[in-house]
Write a protein that binds this ligand. Structure first.
Ligand code: RFL
Ligand code: PHB
Length: 393
C-alpha cells in the first residue's frame, strides 16, 4: 500500500487535515486506533474560533453548523457572584465565537469522509513509524489480526497527547515544556436550558465554575475540583449546589437543575513539545501541545496547525516549493505559544490554587476588577479569546 501523506489519528486534527488534502488533490490515509463511535462520543470542546468556522465553510462542512451553531458576540466573567460582560464583537471589530460541540464537528467530518470515500483505517493496533529520517517512511499496524504496511512521502502525527508519534522524535532533539495544575474540571451535560445565552466564567472563593451549553435545551457546566477526586462522590445534587454557590445568587436563580447524563473529571495541563517537525514526521494538535480548557483553545489550535500544514503540502506538491514545510514548525509554534500564554493566564486569574494566600487572592481580585474597569484590558482578553490571526508563513 502507498499514499502521499499518512495521518495517524482521526480526531479533529487528523480529519480536518484529511479533508484539506483531499480538496487539494493530495492522497492521504488516516490510521486510527479506535472506532468511529468512540472518537465521536468523546465529550470535549464546545467553542469554535472564527478560523475553525471559516475552515468548515471552505471545506463545505458548515451546513449543520450554520443551522445549529450558537454565535456568541460576548462572554461573561464573575467575581464572587458579581457579573460583568466582555463585548467581544465590539472590542475586536466584529469577531465572534460559535458554540458547537466537538461531537458535532466530528460527526460532520466523518459523514463527509464517508460521502467522499476518504480512506480511514479503524481499530489499528500497534502502530509503528519507520524511516522518518530518510525519504521513504512507512507506517505499520495490525488490524483484524493482519499486519499492514503503508509507504508514504510524509507522516503526520495527529494522535493526541497519549499517541506514539511524538516519541518517534529522538530524545536529544525533542524539547518539552510543561505545567501541571493542582486541580481538575468536573464537567456535566444535562438536558436543561442554559442559565444564560452566553458563557459565564466564574472565580469564587470556593473555586472556579463555568456555565456553558450545547444548545438552547442542553447545558454544559464545569466546576474546579481536586485532581484525585472521585466522580462517584459527586451526586447531581451536590454538583448543582456547589455550582450555584460559585456562580452566585444572581446566576444561580437562572440555573435549571436536572439529571446529568455525562459526568467526568479532566486534569488541567499546559504542554508544548518542540520542534513540531522532524525529518518526514510532522506533529499537529494535542500530539504537540496541550492547553488547559479555560481559554477554549485546544481544538482550535489543532485546526490552525493543520491549516498551516495543508498549505505547506499544497506548496510541496503543487508548486514544488518546500518553504512551507520547512517553516511549519516555527510558524505553528508562534501561534501555539500565544494560546498557551493566554490559556495559562486565564486559568491563573480564575482558579483557586491550593498554595494561594491572602495576598495572591487579592491580586487575583484586583486583576479581575481591573479588567472590569478597563476597555484596554477587555480588548486584550477579547482578541485572544476569539482567536489570534494566523500569521503568514
Ligand atoms: P485528539 O482529539 O486527542 O485525537 C487524537 C486521535 O488519535 C488517536 N490515537 C491513535 N491512533 C492511532 N495510533 C495510535 N497510537 C493512537 N493514539 C491515539 C486517538 O484515538 C484519537 O482519536 O487530538 P486532536 O485531533 O489533536 O484534537 C485535539 C482536541 O480534541 C482537544 O484539543 C480539545 O478537545 C480540547 N478541548 C477544547 N478545545 C477547544 O478548542 N475548545 C474547547 O471549548 C475545549 N474544551 C477540551 C475542552 C478538552 C477537554 N478534555 C476532556 C480534555 C474541554 C475538555 C473537558
Ligand atoms: C465547553 O462548553 O465544553 C467549554 C466552553 C468553554 C471552555 C471550555 C469548555 O473554555
Amino acid at each position: 500500500m502507498r499514499t502521499q501523506v499518512a495521518i495517524i489519528g482521526a480526531g479533529p486534527a487528523g480529519m480536518f487535515l484529511a479533508h484539506l488534502l483531499r480538496r487539494d488533490g493530495i492522497d492521504a490515509v488516516v490510521i486510527e486506533r479506535r472506532d468511529r463511535a468512540y472518537v465521536e462520543g468523546r465529550v470535549r470542546a464546545g467553542v469554535l474560533e472564527q478560523v475553525t468556522v471559516d475552515l468548515m465553510h471552505r471545506l463545505g462542512l458548515a451546513k449543520r453548523l450554520v443551522r445549529e451553531g450558537l454565535v456568541h458576540g460576548g462572554t461573561n466573567l464573575s467575581l464572587d457572584g458579581r457579573l460583568f460582560r466582555i463585548d467581544m464583537a465590539a472590542l475586536t471589530g466584529g469577531s465572534t465565537v460559535t458554540v458547537y460541540g466537538q461531537q458535532e464537528v466530528m460527526r460532520d467530518l466523518f459523514d463527509a469522509a464517508e460521502a467522499n470515500d476518504l480512506p480511514i483505517v479503524w481499530n489499528a493496533v500497534n502502530v509503528t513509524l519507520d524511516g522518518l529520517d530518510g525519504d521513504q517512511p512507512t507506517v505499520s499496524w495490525q488490524a483484524d489480526e493482519a499486519h499492514q504496511t503503508l509507504a508514504c512521502d510524509f507522516v503526520v502525527g495527529c494522535d493526541g497527547y497519549h499517541g506514539i508519534s511524538r516519541s518517534a522524535i529522538p530524545a536529544d532533539v525533542l524539547k518539552t515544556f510543561e505545567r501541571v495544575y493542582p486541580f481538575g474540571w468536573l464537567g456535566i451535560l444535562a438536558d436543561v436550558p442554559p442559565a444564560d445565552h452566553e458563557l459565564i466564567y466564574a472565580n469564587h472563593e470556593r473555586g472556579f465554575a463555568l456555565a456553558s451549553m450545547r444548545s438552547a435545551t442542553r447545558s454544559r457546566y464545569y466546576i474546579q475540583c481536586g485532581v484525585d477526586e472521585n466522580v462517584a462522590d459527586w451526586s447531581d445534587d451536590r454538583f448543582w449546589d456547589e455550582l450555584c454557590l460559585r456562580l452566585g445568587p444572581e446566576t444561580a436563580a437562572k440555573v435549571t437543575r436536572g439529571p446529568s447524563f455525562e459526568k467526568a473529571i479532566a486534569p488541567l495541563r499546559s504542554f508544548v513539545s518542540e520542534p513540531m517537525r522532524w525529518g518526514r514526521l510532522f506533529l499537529a494538535g494535542d500530539a504537540a501541545h496541550i492547553v488547559p480548557p479555560t481559554g477554549a483553545k485546544g481544538m482550535n489550535l489543532a485546526v490552525s496547525d493543520v491549516t498551516m500544514l495543508g498549505e505547506a503540502f499544497a506548496e510541496h506538491y503543487g508548486e514544488r516549493s518546500d518553504a512551507g514545510i520547512d517553516g511549519y514548525s516555527a510558524r505553528a509554534l508562534a501561534r501555539v505559544w500565544k494560546a498557551e500564554r493566554f490559556s495559562w493566564w486565564f486559568t491563573s486569574v480564575t482558579h483557586r490554587f491550593p498554595t494561594m494566600d491572602g495576598f495572591d487572592r487579592r491580586i487575583q481580585m484586583a486583576e479581575l476588577d481591573y479588567i472590569r474597569g478597563s476597555e484596554a484590558a477587555q480588548r486584550t482578553l477579547a482578541e485572544n479569546y476569539v482567536g489570534l490571526p494566523m500569521t503568514a508563513a
